[in-house]
Design a protein around this ligand. Structure first.
Ligand code: DQA
Length: 146
C-alpha cells in the first residue's frame, strides 16, 4: 500500500495495561481489542494501520522520527508524556506529517497537571474524552489529512 495510505498509531506509557488499568476511567477494552476495531475501520476507510505501544520516551521519539519513511500520518495517545515531553513534541514537528493527538479520558476534566499538553501545538488537532471512540475518531481525522 502507498505510504500515504498507511497510518501509524502510537501509544505511550501504561497503555499496555488498558483493560485492567483504572477501568472506570479508561474502560475495559484491551489495547489489542481497540486495535481490532481500528483495523476494521481502517479497512472500511481504505487505509492500513500499524499500532505500536512503548513505555519508553526515547523509543517513541525514534518511531516518530522514522514515521515519514513509511506512513502518511500519525495518531498518537502520548499518555503521561502528553504532560511532560518536549522531546515527543519536537519529534512530531520534525517529522512534519499530520499528527492527531488523542486521549481516552477528557484531560480537561481531570487533575490540573493533565490540563496542559506539550503535544497539542505540534498536532493538527486533539480528540479527548470519547473513550475508545477517541481512537476511531482519531483515525477518521488522520484519513481526512492524507
Ligand atoms: C491519557 C490521559 C493521560 O493524562 C494519562 O497519563 C494516560 C492516558 C488518556 O488516554 O486519557 O495515561 O492519555
Amino acid at each position: 500500500m502507498a505510504k500515504k495510505k498507511k497510518i501509524l498509531v502510537l501509544n505511550g506509557p501504561n497503555l499496555n495495561l488498558l483493560g485492567k488499568r483504572q477501568p472506570e476511567i479508561y474502560g475495559r477494552l484491551t489495547l489489542e481489542q481497540i486495535g481490532k476495531k481500528m483495523h476494521a475501520l481502517a479497512k472500511e476507510l481504505g487505509v492500513e494501520v500499524e499500532i505500536w505501544q512503548s513505555n519508553s520516551e526515547g523509543e517513541l521519539v525514534g518511531w516518530i522520527q522514522d514515521a515519514p519513511k513509511q506512513f502518511g500520518a500519525i495518531v498518537i495517545n502520548p499518555a503521561a508524556y502528553t504532560h511532560s515531553s518536549v522531546a515527543i513534541r519536537d519529534a512530531i514537528t520534525a517529522a512534519g506529517i499530520p499528527t492527531i493527538e488523542i486521549h481516552i479520558s477528557n484531560i480537561y476534566r481531570r487533575e490540573e497537571f493533565r490540563k496542559h499538553s506539550y503535544i497539542a501545538a505540534a498536532a493538527v488537532g486533539q480528540i479527548t474524552g470519547f473513550g475508545v471512540q477517541s481512537y476511531l475518531l482519531g483515525l477518521r481525522a488522520a484519513v481526512e489529512q492524507i
